[in-house]
Design a protein around this ligand. Structure first.
Ligand SMILES: Nc1ncnc2c1ncn2[C@@H]1O[C@H](COP(=O)(O)OP(=O)(O)OP(=O)(O)O)[C@@H](O)[C@H]1O
Ligand SMILES: [Mn+2]
Length: 438
């Protein structure tokens, strides 16, 4: 009996690997050929120069024949927008908060194709605020709100207009509340459902916050030019000079759903964190074999953790987040995901692509095939159009300027080129199938 089960299991595994290989075969062959031609015809050129040609060869893949009917790029974009856009009017059969709490698992915060998502987001954006206090943790100003007397959320206030360009170090500036929203949907598009639910909200300060504020939050309120302001409490909240104010009595921001309290978080230092000191480099910035050192730690030698870091670095490179100094996982779950919390330091400067964010990818040269497939499906301008379509329904839309949307497409091209360079360097070892992760 046991042998039968084993044989059945091995048979199923072979079948899954064969089917996955067949799906990827055209891409793999393309890179194999590109790799060959790189050595045969572009000797002396570096990989970056050879790369764009390999990308250009796959441009026609959108006009695929399926059942005799042509699927255009625009149809693909429309279908993806329809599939990923939240439906705020989906009828709920139980409390939105209970549904969201039940969704949370070790490796995802919400399921794929979560039909109730829109209605839960709507409840976050329109529910009654029944209490307001300052956020307890972190360096950035935020509020902790209770909605409908039932659900804790974080409110990250707006600091900048959409077209403001943050300059300075890659991690400069205050939080970009709109960046949190764009990051949430990008995660969803890439199958990285590791970000707590996020939606924009405009709050009338005097009507919705003031009456339900704790006395300690009220001590941080002040007035400026006839508007209500507050500076809360956090590491960088020193006084009125660090406050935010309403515009015509309203404060815009992003609501982030608090994860269920039974999930305790464990904080980890990110192996590729920056030193945050000018002129001082971290080990990963000077050691080309840094990944081997990371892999020698039991945390990263097996399991999901290192691959989660690589997924996250690709995501962070796309959004321009160079500030992932720590990360959190669920305590007590060996296979916990890296929770992609706090994406506020994103979309600061659309003209800068901070390549060093990709260090885990280019130093380890490994990527999950599932993510690679998602990235390939978004190339040639699909990503920006799909994301723009989804973001157009958020209550505080527009979320991203066209320059930031264009930056996403440009950065995606660089990510794909880097993956191709890795395949050229280490072959198919660069590609990791989910079923092979132990
Ligand atoms: N949605 C959430 N659910 C549960 N815990 C959360 C949530 N959001 C934030 N936290 C907790 O609060 C901490 C601080 O949040 P966040 O990282 O967003 O703040 P921050 O001020 O930007 O912090 P930092 O300065 O470290 O970047 C997180 O590390 C996490 O422990
Ligand atoms: Mn932060």
């Amino acid at each position: 009996m046991k042998t039968k089960v084993r044989l059945l299991f091995i048979g199923a595994a072979i079948f899954v690997i064969y089917v996955s290989y067949k799906i990827l075969e055209p891409e793999l062959l393309r890179y194999k050929n590109a790799y060959k031609s790189k050595w045969m015809s572009t000797e002396g050129q570096n990989a970056d120069e050879a790369e764009p040609r390999t990308v250009a060869t796959s441009n026609s893949s959108f006009n695929r024949e399926m059942n005799g009917s042509e699927i255009t790029k625009q149809q693909i974009i429309q279908t993806m927008i329809e599939n990923y856009k939240p439906n705020f009017f989906y009828p709920l059969e139980e409390s939105p908060w209970d549904i969201a709490a039940k969704w949370v698992e070790a490796r995802q915060i919400y399921p794929d194709n979560a039909k109730e998502l829109g209605a839960i987001l709507k409840a976050m954006s329109q529910g009654t605020i029944t209490s307001a206090d300052f956020g307890q943790r972190g360096t950035q100003l935020k509020l902790t709100l209770l909605i409908d007397n039932a659900q804790k959320v974080v409110f990250k206030p707006a600091w900048y207009p959409r077209d403001y360009v943050v300059t300075g170090t890659p991690y400069s500036g205050r939080d970009r509340h709109n960046g949190e929203i764009a990051a949430f949907y990008l995660g969803s598009l890439l199958g990285l459902r590791r970000i707590p639910l996020v939606i924009g909200r405009r709050i009338h300060f005097e009507k919705e916050i003031l009456p339900v504020s704790t006395s300690r939050l009220i001590t941080t309120f002040f007035e400026k030019d006839g508007e209500s302001c507050f500076y809360g409490r956090c590491r960088y909240c020193m006084g009125p000079e660090d406050g935010v104010c309403t515009t015509n009595g309203v404060i815009e921001g992003t609501i982030v759903l608090w994860m269920p309290s039974q999930f305790k978080l464990t904080l980890h230092k990110h192996p590729w964190s920056r030193t945050y000191r000018e002129g001082v480099q971290a080990k990963w910035e000077t050691d080309d074999h840094y990944c081997d050192k990371v892999k020698s730690s039991p945390y990263y030698s097996t399991g999901h953790r290192l691959l989660d870091i690589i997924d996250t670095c690709i995501f962070d490179y796309l959004i321009g987040n160079a500030d992932r100094h720590h990360y959190e996982t669920f305590e007590g779950y060996e296979d916990s995901m890296l929770i992609m919390l706090d994406n506020g330091k994103s979309f600061g400067n659309p003209d800068i692509d901070e390549f060093s964010i990709l260090a885990p990818l280019y130093q380890c040269c490994q990527i999950r095939v599932t993510l690679w497939e998602k990235l390939l499906a978004m190339k040639d301008g699909i990503l920006s159009q799909v994301l723009a379509g989804i973001l157009s329904v958020d209550p505080i839309t527009p979320i991203l300027t066209q320059k930031h949307l264009d930056a996403l497409d440009r950065r995606l091209k660089t990510v794909l080129e880097q993956i191709h360079a890795c395949i050229a360097e280490v072959g198919t070892h660069a590609l990791v199938f989910e079923s092979s992760i132990r």
